[in-house]
Design a protein around this ligand. Sequence first.
Ligand code: F0G
Length: 445
Amino acid sequence: MIAYLQCINKTCQEKFPITTKTYHCSKCKALLDVNYNFAKIDAQELKTRFRERRNSFVPIDQSGVWRFRELIPFLTDEQHIITLFEGNTPLYDAPKSAAYAGLKKLLLKHQGLNPTGSFKDNGMTTGIAQALALGAKAVACASTGNTSASMAAYAARAGMLAAVFIPSGQIAYGKLSQSLDYGAKTLQIDGDFDTAMQLVLELSQESDLYLLNSINPFRLEGQKTIAFELLEQCAWQVPDRLVIPGGNLGNSSAIGKGLAEAYQLGLIDRMPKMHIIQAEGANPLARMWAQGEREKLLAVEKATTLATAIKIGHPVSWQKALRALDWCKGGGCHQVSEQEIADAKAIIGSDGIGCEPASAVTLAGIRNLVNDGIIDKEEKIVAILTGNLLKDPDYTVNYHLDSLYQKSQTKTEIIDQQNKIVAHFANQPIQVSAEKTVIKQVLGL
Ligand code: F0G
């Protein structure tokens, strides 16, 4: 058997057939990996094959995930692949962001340029493939908005029922609109993401719902390919550090696994360092890291941040994320403030790139690490931007109107005028009369 499920607990490591519909080890309750008995590979030949697929018109070759299928070989039937041509995201040079952080150069891998506007698409194509392989008719997830948008799209194309559980009033409108438009049954739960997550986990154990949160290891297999594509874009020269936002901690876990496998298989000759960045009001892993706690999750009971994508206090994949930090030694997990996130987001925008708030924790974190002397300005740094600028226009417009408040509870209504974020890089719209002379004056023509 080439692929199997395996418990991540080092003292257990129980294996299960790939066809088992489970999200935890039945012996010790730890999370599961999809692992493989990889045959010895010819790394150079494989790299050439990956690259040649870019010129192919075969759909699975055009997918930025399935293009790397030799490294995610869990499917026995390619008919189960539903692709929206996910992945294939650009690696941008971002000079203004680099200067802001105090770096000579900074590269931004923009996963927000995926078909539904976030990195979730990389994992959803593999998650849905496994759902089809298992014969599932309905899929479900709890979400801060991007997982639900992505799952809704892929489920629609697979002809499956999609049930999404979202914290009522706490997800950005761009994301909510996607899940509605793609036809998902959209359940607005009276509670936060952590409540919704617990609920959907229990429901998927009691019913036929197939769970497509990142607790599902097949999701992470797709997200693993973010590392492969990034390495390919760097001509397989490993960057010094990768910087990744942390919420439920699936993505950092997946990228870490991808890097570790690339290293084991001889596709790269060293591991980069990894930094995971969280918002200070949703900082369970950052707290653990700072306190040297590695065994017990220091959950945050009421997570708060305007970066709603990462407003998570009980991240499911914290053990896998710690493992990734261990594999990518020399990094760590850090937190940034709401003010730092907002300003960093505007700077990424000023590079003509833009992202949603959760993605901007990366630049904010890098800037702090440079200031603290942990990152040297000459190092080659890659930040993963996880979501598209257009996902959360309220945040962006409020920032530029200089009316963004840390304590606002919903995205459209400011209920607390305290703790205003100072828009240091505001680009205010200008109200002008429809007269050429006035406009010329304003534009300095
Ligand atoms: N950035 C964005 C834009 C996200 O949507 C998420 C997670 C993250 C970062 C954090 O990634 O959870 O793998 O650590 N969004 C999930 C969702 C939770 O439901 O859409 P993570």
